[in-house]
Design a protein around this ligand. Structure first.
Ligand SMILES: *Cc1c(COP(=O)(O)O)cnc(C)c1O
Length: 224
């Protein structure tokens, strides 16, 4: 069922009241319609995330409003060219190979691209993202690039029912974020810490998130 426009607006207004001003809400828009996203935009959301290039490709051209489109799903290298054309931010940079491909594709169309490194803070196998120990060398490489600009970190944390269980992973990701900030490397400006989803955003904000990615809480359950 498609959530009613009024419902979406009310939910966003409610969340806005509960969270600090400096925290931005990104609408996680997988499986949603352009009408739902437009309603969220009318209620004051200006950033939206997609997990799949194909879905973004279908929706973004329909957007008759100004918004920033974030890639928040795993990005395959063979989709890099399209991703670079469609998105304003890539939150899920998770390997040097992908970074090289994105830099090359950005150079081809002379487009600068803010990127976040996705951190596998739970050190889970078969999970996308770099484990914290691997982040430093990618940061160093990014510091020397022309079109990619590292602006922050993103993490999912292990998916559990209890948001408290995510707290240590958010804390570790924030520490890493601050450590990179302190290095003051050229072409690196750490200003976005993207952590927290519908069930965990409060804990994430307590631990320093300034971008939360909300789907269910705004748009309702998926596929219902
Ligand atoms: C779907 C998704 C979200 C939002 O999840 P909800 O639980 O619906 O709020 C956030 N981040 C990513 C990467 C997602 O894929």
């Amino acid at each position: 069922m498609v959530a009613a426009v009024d419902e979406i607006k009310q939910r966003i207004e409610q969340i806005r009241k509960e969270i600090p001003e400096g925290v931005e809400i990104l609408g996680a828009s997988k499986t949603r319609t352009i009408d739902e996203v437009r309603a969220a935009h009318a209620a004051g959301l200006f950033s939206f995330g997609h997990n799949y290039v194909q879905e973004a490709r279908a929706m973004i051209p329909l957007a008759d409003f100004d918004a920033k489109w974030h890639m928040i799903g795993h990005l395959q290298r063979n989709k890099a060219r399209l991703a670079v054309e469609l998105f304003d931010v890539v939150e899920t940079l998770d390997s040097l190979r992908l970074a090289k491909e994105l830099e090359k594709r950005c150079a081809e169309i002379e487009k600068e691209m803010p990127v976040l490194i996705e951190v596998n803070s739970g050190r889970e196998e078969n999970k996308t993202g770099l484990v914290p120990e691997e982040v430093g060398s990618l940061v160093e490489w990014l510091s020397g690039q022309t079109y990619l600009h590292l602006v922050g970190l993103m993490t999912m944390g292990p998916l559990t029912g209890d948001p408290e269980l995510s707290r240590p992973y958010y804390i570790e990701t924030r520490r890493l974020y601050e450590e990179i900030q302190r290095q003051r490397l050229p072409n690196i400006e750490m200003r976005v810490l993207s952590m927290g989803m519908s069930n965990s955003y409060k804990v994430a904000i307590e631990e320093g998130a300034n971008l939360v990615r909300l789907g269910t809480l705004i748009f309702g359950l998926r596929g219902s």
